[in-house]
Design a protein around this ligand. Structure first.
Ligand code: GRF
Length: 190
């Protein structure tokens, strides 16, 4: 049995797409836990609704990033997690944490990296006026949004797109690309 943690901070639509993808194909071979730094994340309830174990570790209860990451790592070790999937997890992780999950942690970012790194990638792409943006699945390295690229897909930006519509179009692509990429990575564990 492969144990996977999906880390989220918000609505969790990509988390849900990943879990559904694997449940259809590998139900008895993979077990998911959803962890959020935000106790109010909508995704936590979505995961609970489909019977997935959830944990919330409120980052506001920790004075430093190191303390939060230590607690997060403790949970991951307790759960015997093999792989960490970041899916809309809006916290910067410390170098030590990232290094301890080297080769076992991926992220999805809503732009064609290396363009538009950071937390406002969708708005930044719109503001810049690019006509094509997209999504990147990458390994997580200690420099934010700089890890080795695994896969990308593109989205055309129309004149009438706003941040919300563009974000939705990108999420649609992420919900297809990220599960596919993870399946290719996980196949050797399953
Ligand atoms: C995704 O677009 C992801 O790339 C970004 O945050 C969004 C998460 O969406 N970092 P959701 O919470 O899965 O709906």
């Amino acid at each position: 049995m492969m144990n996977v943690a999906i880390l989220i901070s918000g609505t969790g639509s990509i988390m849900l797409a990943i879990i559904k993808h694997f449940h259809l194909r590998y139900q008895n071979k993979i077990s998911f836990t959803v962890i959020s730094n935000n106790p109010d994340a909508l995704g936590l309830q979505k995961a609970k609704d489909i019977g997935i174990k959830t944990i919330s570790i409120n980052h506001k209860n920790y004075k430093t990033r190191e303390q939060f990451d230590t607690e997060l790592n403790r949970e991951l070790q307790d759960l015997k997690i093999d792989f960490v999937v970041l899916a809309g997890f809006m916290r910067i992780l410390t170098k030590n944490f990232v290094e301890s999950w080297n080769g076992k942690m991926t992220n999805t970012h809503p732009s064609l990296l290396p363009s538009f790194k950071g937390a406002n990638a969708v708005r930044d792409a719109l503001d810049y006026g690019v006509k094509i943006t997209g999504t990147t699945v990458h390994w997580v390295s200690s420099d934010v949004d700089c890890g080795k690229i695994i896969a990308q897909d593109f989205v055309m930006i129309n004149q009438d797109d706003n941040e919300l519509s563009l974000q939705e179009k990108i999420k649609q692509k992420e919900q297809i690309l990220y599960p596919k990429v993870l399946e290719e990575i996980f196949i050797k564990f399953l």
